[in-house]
Design a protein around this ligand. Structure first.
Ligand code: AOF
Ligand code: ZN
Length: 302
């Protein structure tokens, strides 16, 4: 299953609006075939792996990090391909939250007397597809904030050309992993060149600084099939997102500088005592040569 999860990751940034899925076929303790979902519209992981395994799939076990689909979308149902191949056992990490699947894929397999085992590395599998799970459950994009801050928490101007090389590199990497980037008009000026070069992936959305109805904005982006969003900008856009609990993940890139005077990233968040503050969970910290990167998932403390 760990191998299936690692295969799935190869689709990062290319499968949306589909999830990342990997599959491994094992027969007589040997790998008979491996596959993953490479791109939206292309074959699913199971079908890819079955193609590699060929006749060896007969009587084998299939490991996959998501419940096999059972409907005709861009591609035919994986359950049919699995049943046809003679696979004897299917091991899944987690169910597919998509209402067209959700348990029905498993049922189809069991009806054909295929043994099914669920919940292997489930936590890891849900984390891998956290964007897909959030989108299906809440009809909202998974929102990432990325801030470049001084040690004393002031915004490092995006226009600054010196330093922060690693920050720029990290920003570019994140840009290739999300469906959309939301920026304020200030930030947009610095990004146009990048988005022209990348030819429409991710899509760039420029938000009016006065825009207050962020919930409506995010719902509209979700309707437009934006499953994951990277937000860059100042407090006018960051504050309402955080205050309305619409942020899923925060990346803070701290430089080793103290600015004193400067622009704060967040405004009034309604924090009157320590217990009101936004608290980050699942913290990861990475030291780089010109700063350190901290990421975490915001939760309310109450
Ligand atoms: C799987 N294996 O590798 C993926 C699955 O339009 P389609 O045919 O690509 O179907 C998309 C749906 O299939 C998607 O919404 C999700 O429910 C499921 N994704 N399922 O068995 C895969 N990518
Ligand atoms: Zn499928």
């Amino acid at each position: 299953m760990r191998m299936a999860l690692n295969l799935a990751k190869k689709g990062l940034g290319k499968t949306s609006p589909n999830p990342m899925v990997g599959a491994v076929i094992v027969k007589n303790k040997k790998i008979a075939g491996k596959g993953f979902h490479k791109k939206y519209g292309r074959p699913h992981a199971e079908v890819d792996a079955l193609g590699k395994a060929g006749r060896k799939a007969y009587g084998a076990t299939l490991y996959v990090n998501l419940e096999p689909c059972c409907f005709y979308g861009k591609t035919p149902p994986c359950t049919e391909a699995i049943i046809k191949s003679g696979i004897k056992k299917v091991v899944c990490a987690t169910y597919d939250p998509n209402s067209k699947v959700r348990g029905k894929g498993i049922k189809k397999l069991m009806e054909k007397k295929i043994e099914v085992k669920m919940g292997i590395l489930e936590k890891e599998a849900k984390k891998l597809n956290e964007v897909y799970f959030k989108f299906i459950r809440h009809k909202l994009p998974f929102v990432n904030l990325l801030l470049n801050l001084s040690l004393d928490g002031k915004i490092v101007s995006p226009r600054r050309s010196s330093g922060s090389f690693e920050f720029q590199r990290f920003l570019k990497k994140l840009n290739t992993e999300v469906d959309g980037v939301l920026v304020d008009s200030n930030e947009a000026k610095n990004l146009i060149w990048f988005f022209k070069r990348e030819k429409g992936k991710p899509r760039l959305f420029i938000v009016d600084k006065q825009k207050k109805d962020v919930i409506n904005l995010l719902h509209n982006l979700a309707k437009d099939n934006i499953l994951s969003l990277l937000v860059r900008g100042g407090k006018e856009i960051l504050t309402p997102l955080l205050k309305n609990k619409l942020v899923d993940k925060i990346y803070l890139f701290f430089t080793f500088e103290i600015f004193g005077k400067g622009e704060q990233p967040f405004g009034e968040l309604g924090v009157f005592q320590v217990s009101d503050s936004v608290y980050l969970e699942g913290i990861r910290v990475k030291k780089l040569s010109d700063g350190f990167l901290l990421s975490g998932y915001p939760v309310g403390r109450r």
